[in-house]
Design a protein around this ligand. Structure first.
Ligand code: AMP
Ligand code: ZN
Length: 494
């Protein structure tokens, strides 16, 4: 059955087919590891996880690459401000390398709690300086770059359709792109490929690199003046070219272009990220591939919507964020958060409240209790099983419609025409996409308690209220709570 996914490039649902064989090559923009990851990030990576699981459910193999941004992401999405990593290091009085290590670990520990499958390749920007510099050199060679006092910049006016991904006309400067005012830049949307360490500054993360320019690609008078001013810039003539030797660091966008191409090839299937990346980061990635390779690298751009708090994007800069530590301190199961994310489509906003998480936790508990109380000796016909599987596939293959898929799972559990065993098998099958660890539901509530609950259900049906009450007390004495529902009961661990 075909899979349809919403491609930001073109802004419509398209049939997805991998470029080669049955293997999907996919890249996700990873976190900038200068602070704790928050619920917004968690949603982004739960979405990626669902996408991967849906592809696998459709019998595709997936090669998934994710980067760790540990250099070059400045406090503004334009090319001004401090490096976020250096900000984190100053805040905590640690080295940038320590900051990166600490928050990378914290991030993956949260991912594990959310049952997010690890990418096949996790690559750090700082380990790929060489690849990034090589790609910048290609961009220079092809005539898309120029030098100003603080770095090497990409000339966006050289591309006819810069801004195509975001659907904006670069001449109009709309689509909310944050455009930095820098009089030295040729065009407002031009962005840094490489930044020079400013005069008199010593960065913890900086490298010495060489870039070669043809005479017509360089304004020699200007660059000589920059070199006079800043000892981190040197320019010399080497045979027919000018060699620029600089101390500095890569711009943020080049890391994802260089690493995705290194691990997935010049053209690959899917690139993911949050919608904030569309107008700047990903627009610039598209530009870089076109300039360096003369082609677009990505077939499907897929973006998740935001988690909001009081209708504002959850973000570190607004200080309105919650971390995994907050979730755990308040006694919530991280998988209840995963359940909450699944009840919204990845392309719709989620306004996070603790009440919504509480409701998700209750629903998740009920779901597990319902599964725990299934009697696997009760079998039913198989005809409906096939129908349900087909329906499930239709739903998830329709641009990952998880809210509908969750609703279908509840329908299965309530369907009187299915035997308990069939229900159990269907739910576990669906859970290979949901990743809610529903196979553990039965382990959590011991058989002894389920048996008591079944006895009590029988007593209630026979209107033997005294016996029903006695059994309830027994269940409670063993540390479980039982609640009556329309079609049976729910059991919770106290
Ligand atoms: P960053 O560490 O800021 O580069 O973000 C890592 C990923 O999380 C990116 O794909 C972002 O688009 C995504 N992201 C950040 N904040 C949110 C949010 N509030 N809601 C959803 N996704 C987000
Ligand atoms: Zn990226």
């Amino acid at each position: 059955m075909e899979i349809k996914l919403f491609n930001t490039m073109g802004r419509k649902k398209q049939i997805f087919r991998p470029l080669k064989d049955k293997k999907v090559r996919m890249y996700s923009c990873g976190p900038t590891v200068y602070d704790y990851a928050h619920l917004g990030h968690f949603r982004a990576y739960v979405f990626v996880d669902i996408l991967k699981r849906v592809l696998k459910y459709n019998k595709y193999k997936v090669k998934h690459v994710m980067n760790i941004t540990d250099v070059g992401h400045l406090t503004s999405d334009a090319d001004t401000g401090e490096d976020k990593m250096e900000v984190g290091a100053k805040r905590e009085g640690k080295s940038v390398w320590e900051i990166a290590e600490f928050y990378t670990k914290d991030f993956f520990s949260a991912m594990e709690k959310l049952n997010v499958q690890k990418p096949d390749i996790i690559c750090k920007a700082t380990d790929h300086i060489k690849e990034m510099a090589e790609m910048v050199q290609k961009i220079i060679d092809n005539g898309y770059a120029y030098i100003i006092s603080d770095g090497i910049y990409f000339d966006t006016s050289k591309l006819k359709d810069y801004g195509k991904l975001a659907g904006f006309d670069p001449k109009q400067l709309k689509a909310g792109a944050r455009v930095e005012v820098n009089e030295e830049k040729k065009n407002p949307n031009d962005f840094a490929l490489w930044k020079f360490t400013p005069k008199g500054q010593k960065r913890q993360m900086e490298w010495e690199n060489e870039f070669y320019f043809k005479p017509e690609q360089i304004d020699l008078a200007k660059v000589t003046a920059y070199a006079k001013e800043n000892p981190n810039i040197k320019i010399e003539k080497v045979r027919s070219k000018f060699k620029l030797t600089v101390k500095g660091f890569p711009g943020w966008h080049i890391e994802c272009s260089a690493m995705s191409i290194k691990y997935l090839g010049k053209v690959f299937d899917i690139h993911t990220g949050g919608i904030d990346h569309i107008p700047v980061h990903h627009t610039n990635e598209v530009a870089q591939s076109k300039a360096a390779l003369k082609k677009e690298s990505v077939k499907f751009w897929i973006h998740n919507e935001f988690v909001l708090v009081n209708n504002q994007k959850m973000s570190k800069s607004l200080q309105n964020f919650y971390t995994m530590h907050d979730i755990l301190n308040k006694g919530f199961d991280p998988l209840a958060l995963r359940y909450l994310f699944l009840t919204a489509h990845y392309r719709s906003k989620v306004n996070f409240t603790w009440e919504s998480l509480n409701a998700a936790q209750n629903a998740y508990n009920s779901l597990k209790a319902k599964i725990a109380s299934l009697d696997l000796n009760k079998r039913g016909g198989n005809k409906k099983v096939k129908e349900y599987k087909k329906r499930f596939l239709e739903i998830i293959n329709n641009d990952l419609d998880t809210p509908q898929a969750i609703a279908l799972m509840w329908q299965v559990l309530k369907d009187e025409n299915l035997g308990d065993k069939q229900k159990y098998e269907l739910v576990l099958d669906f859970d290979s996409v949901f990743g809610l660890k529903l196979n553990e539901a039965k382990k959590e509530i011991p058989k002894e308690i389920i048996d008591l609950a079944e006895m009590r259900l029988k007593a209630r049906k026979e209107k033997n209220w005294k016996l029903a009450d006695e059994i309830r007390e027994k269940i409670e004495a063993k540390g479980y709570k039982i609640e009556d529902t329309e079609d049976g009961y729910r059991i919770f661990k106290l």
